[in-house]
Design a binder for this molecule. Sequence first.
Ligand code: NAD
Ligand code: MG
Length: 399
Amino acid sequence: MREVAVLGATGSIGASALDVIARHPERLRASVLAAGRNVEALLGLCRVHRPRHAVIADASLFAALRDGLRDAGLATHAHSGDEALEALVAGDACDTVVAAIVGAAGLPSTLAAARAGKRLLLANKESLVLAGELLMRAAHAAGATIVPIDSEHNAIFQCLPTAQEKPGAHWSPDAHAGLQRIVLTASGGPFRGRRRDELAQVTPEQAVAHPKWSMGPKISVDSATLMNKGLEVIEAHHLFGVPGTRIEVLVHPQSLVHSLVEFVDGSTLAQLGLPDMRTALAVGFGWPERIASGVAGLDLVAQGGRLDFEPPDLEAFPCLRLAFEALAAAGTAPAVLNAANEVAVSAFLQRRIGFLAIPALVEATLAALPAIPATSLQVLLEADAQARRHAEAAIEDFS
Ligand code: NAD
Ligand code: MG
């Protein structure tokens, strides 16, 4: 029986994870549920899944959670705050952690799971972008198994034998003999095919209306700017120990081929499936076994009978270029990229800046804060904080 902590339980990945867990009562149990601020949604999940522990990040909401659990007659223990979450993740309340908090806010709990040697179903890509080397080293040292819960990286995990045979060891640059390159597929987002000048007036509603995936607002905007693919390039670098020069991005509007791995002998392996994150989550829970996810098999004819591919348009979507550049600059650059992007996306969703200001704000922040070596977690967190301050202060210039 796997005792699972679902962090970000009230979000899109959280819902998919709980759906898969509920299909396997004999092997999976939701023992810890954690959310940011939405107490009502968390209480609703507690009524259904009856976890041993529930955590609300915002400490001012602790009483509401505690009283709600009591009123519902549940034995679930209430907790609040980051420290309580880290302690639960590291302790024996769970052996498996679904890290699905959005943004850099997910780093402390993700790191705690890695350090405690848990099976880590890692959706929170921002923690890898911010502190990938540190996180992968911690996981390796503690014997934690990381299964990526991003459709592309989960596809690569499935196609790359050494990513499976050496769980926790795939951070090593020479871990994958014979690997030539990784090709990450991208749907292209809702604005695929548009020119740069056609993007100036797009609204948050248009940006979050993703054609293929139903996801939280932040990652949906990232998909529209292609920053999501940029973050994923950095994510792939850390998960599989592959340099940025061997990672390519290909736009594939059907979102059925989730990524490809090319070997030196000319073989290319790909993983295909319907765009539904429950497949990746079932891989993470069941690995090395295969378990049902609730996702139907792929009928390529019914899906339109064709698979299209095209190169990304870096002129209209400069965020992808900025991410490749930050990866090449290394050190604190990816942390700065990620923090500035979080500030910019939040400002865009609040209608304080336009869509094209997102890459502009990220580029200006990267230019203002040149990369320094990432010698410690402290250095990375300081770079993150500095980038947030800088981007926040620069918003006026772009609004
Ligand atoms: P979402 O916005 O739907 O959910 C975010 C969750 O995080 C919510 O439960 C929220 O309460 C919680 N949260 C936010 N701030 C928090 C904090 N400070 N402390 C504790 N909890 C907090 O987001 P999502 O779409 O589910 O994405 C979650 C993560 O998974 C992101 O990093 C995203 O990039 C990644 N991801 C998502 C998908 C997808 O299909 N949705 C695919 C690949 C990767
Ligand atoms: Mg993805």
